[in-house]
Design a binder for this molecule. Structure first.
Ligand SMILES: Nc1ncnc2c1ncn2[C@@H]1O[C@H](COP(=O)(O)OP(=O)(O)OP(=O)(O)O)[C@@H](O)[C@H]1O
Length: 303
């Protein structure tokens, strides 16, 4: 069974179409990164999956049922983009309050506070929490009731680098336990290793969806080869630029050359045959490069 199944979904606010013919599935135990510009429709998609909005057209199924089915709701965890709490309650009181609302065991709360790194501040009032601490509390709230589907809207906002890594490790652990996750984020560097697939939305339309490998294949962006220890650098630069490659000097004795399509191995063979290099690095297109590519493609279509 799919954790989420979205079929031909269109969402309008009045006359404005904010999602158009969106189809997307999420397997059980899969982590999907949902990326897109401001206003692309990410939060709207999450709200439709959560049953907080009714689709104008199309169908959403969550764990085989309607999103607003009470049985489904109990198995969902949601971290909203702007998380707010009662400032006068402590972290522990806040979490117990949400546990009661969700019908989850209040005995879970101390463990969850420890898990998100708030054990030491459990009895402090939320008004004394930093932004990152509130975000962690929001995460603990989303994890109440051991959800089978977790929707995280900008979960790394306000988190320091260590807390961000902790969050990603937590997501890895949840995935291993079979929890499905949709993770919306504008912070692309670092997230790649923790998602199974990425979906890129622009202007309410799905531009691309797939594993990083399949997105790289589809986008066919060039790779960059960086080498050091090149003795005869000038002649390589001249030869390659004359042959139509983009080659530039790097540091004291290095070159960066852009390899398109199947040129990579030929360029490397050529170099290794003619030089005793001290280092080679190959840079594949990052998620940020792919995101930029699909955004450019979307703006060309709408221009
Ligand atoms: N209640 C609403 N009424 C009217 N328009 C809305 C409403 N909620 C969202 N929109 C519009 O729908 C579009 C998509 O909004 P959404 O919040 O889904 O985008 P997003 O991708 O999550 O953006 P961001 O990255 O800025 O959070 C935007 O143009 C937004 O202005």
């Amino acid at each position: 069974m799919n954790a989420v199944e979205i079929q031909n979904l269109t969402q309008r606010y009045g006359t404005m179409t904010v999602l158009e013919d969106l189809s997307l599935t999420l397997d059980e135990g899969e982590v999907l990164g949902l990326f897109g510009h401001n206003g692309a429709g990410k939060t709207t998609t999450m709200k439709l999956v959560l049953g907080l909005l009714n689709a104008t057209e199309g169908r959403v199924r969550v764990l085989g049922r309607e999103p607003n089915d009470p049985q489904v709701r109990r198995t969902l965890g949601y971290l909203p983009e702007n998380v707010t709490f009662y400032a006068q309650l402590s972290g522990r009181e806040t979490l117990r309050h949400f546990a009661r609302l969700k019908g989850a065991h209040t005995s879970q709360t101390d463990h969850l506070l420890e898990q998100v790194g708030l054990g030491h501040a459990a009895d402090r009032k939320v008004r004394t929490y930093s932004k990152g601490m509130r975000q962690r509390l929001g995460l603990a709230q989303a994890l109440l009731g051991e959800p089978r589907l977790l929707l995280l809207d900008e979960p790394t906002v306000g988190l320091d680098p260590v807390a961000t890594e902790d969050l990603y490790s937590l997501i890895d652990g949840l995935r291993q336990q079979g929890c499905s996750v949709i993770l919306c984020s504008h912070v692309l560097p670092g997230v790649e290793r923790h998602i199974d697939r990425g979906a890129i939305l622009a202007g309410g339309r799905l531009q691309a969806v797939g594993t990083l490998t399949s997105l790289r294949q589809e986008a066919a962006l060039p790779e960059r080869i960086r080498v050091s220890g090149v003795v005869d650098r000038e002649s390589w630069l001249q030869r390659w630029n004359a042959a139509g490659h983009i080659a530039t000097p790097l540091g004291n004795d290095g070159i960066e050359v852009v390899a398109r399509g199947d040129q990579k191995l030929d360029l490397l063979r050529e170099l290794l045959a003619g030089e005793t290099l001290t280092d080679i690095e190959i840079h594949q297109p990052s998620l940020t490069d792919l995101y930029r590519h699909y955004m450019d493609q979307a703006s060309e279509v709408t221009a």
